[in-house]
Design a protein around this ligand. Structure first.
Ligand SMILES: [Zn+2]
Ligand SMILES: [Zn+2]
Length: 286
């Protein structure tokens, strides 16, 4: 069955992934990055008629424009992997949050004794930002989640998480729906000795989005150990070990230009052929 939604067509069995921001650390609008894009982490996942958003980096701004222009009441579920700026910086500029007809659930971890609501609202305060959280007109429901907790969006869609290695702690997400699986593992540092827990988390996934911020040469330098990021070569080893179907290299470092990212993709394909380096506007249907 096809539902018409003001210009968007949504198949009841749809599982569609779109990349709105693929860069790490900071947005970098410079010409040599223009092919892959400059916005920071944001991935839209449309499943059936449900909207799921992974991270709220600057890429959530153009996603918000699309939703805003639909001019329909929107319900969305925003999962934040962690609160480093490149994963939350777009949230105050997400236009649908200023529309009273909309409802957004926001999921993230509390840190020490600070609940997730305070973590993502406190940075929208003077002198850092002039518009406070309570300027949002949409209904917002902010929920603390913990690793391994399973969130059910509806009877068909579940999202689970796992703790991964990154400064300050981070969550990876696994989305299951329609018999398909999409895993989001960004801001993750592991050598090739993955834990069984991590492998099982992504095992047999249809698509895995994996941090490939660093080159193998960079990661061989001691100064990059502990940065909390990974390489294309570790990503491809992980893809083979977990028996996944498609690998998406993600969270491109701000110093990587288009040619370097393409080169990384080509090297990765020699190990795991079904690899693509994420770019803004990339769409994958499962
Ligand atoms: Zn990041
Ligand atoms: Zn981070």
């Amino acid at each position: 069955m096809i539902l018409k939604d003001n210009g968007d067509y949504m198949d009841k069995k749809r599982f569609h992934v779109k990349f709105w921001g693929v860069r790490g650390s900071s947005a970098t609008s410079i010409e040599r990055n223009s092919k892959y894009g400059s916005n920071t982490s944001c991935v839209e996942v449309q499943i059936n008629n449900q909207l799921i958003i992974l991270d709220a980096g600057t890429g959530i701004y153009p996603l918000g424009e699309k939703i805003y222009l639909r001019n329909n009441p929107t319900i969305g579920h925003v999962f934040i992997s962690h609160s480093h700026y490149d994963h939350i910086q777009g949230l105050p500029f997400f236009a649908p949050l200023y529309c009273a007809d909309n409802t957004f659930y926001l999921y993230g971890e509390q840190k020490q004794s600070t609940c997730f609501q305070d973590i993502i609202s406190n940075y929208m305060m003077k002198p850092y930002f002039p518009v406070p959280w309570n300027a949002f007109r949409a209904k917002t429901i902010v929920l603390d989640i913990v690793p391994k907790q399973v969130i059910r969006i509806d009877e068909n869609i579940s999202i689970s998480s796992i703790r991964v290695n990154h400064p300050g702690g981070n969550l990876a997400f696994r989305i299951n729906a329609n018999g398909k699986t999409c895993c989001y593992l960004t801001d993750i540092e592991h050598r090739e000795d993955f834990s069984n827990e991590l492998i099982n988390f992504a095992r047999n996934a249809d698509i895995v989005i994996y941090d490939a911020s660093l080159t193998t040469e960079e990661y061989s330098q001691p100064k990059y150990i502990g940065w909390g990021h990974s390489t294309w070569s570790v990503a491809t080893k992980f893809a083979n070990d977990a028996n996944i179907k498609k690998l998406v290299l993600f969270h491109h470092a701000i110093n990587k230009n288009d040619d370097e990212i393409l080169d990384m993709q080509n090297q990765a394909r020699t190990v795991f052929p079904n690899t693509i380096a994420a770019y803004e506007g990339l769409e994958i249907s499962l």
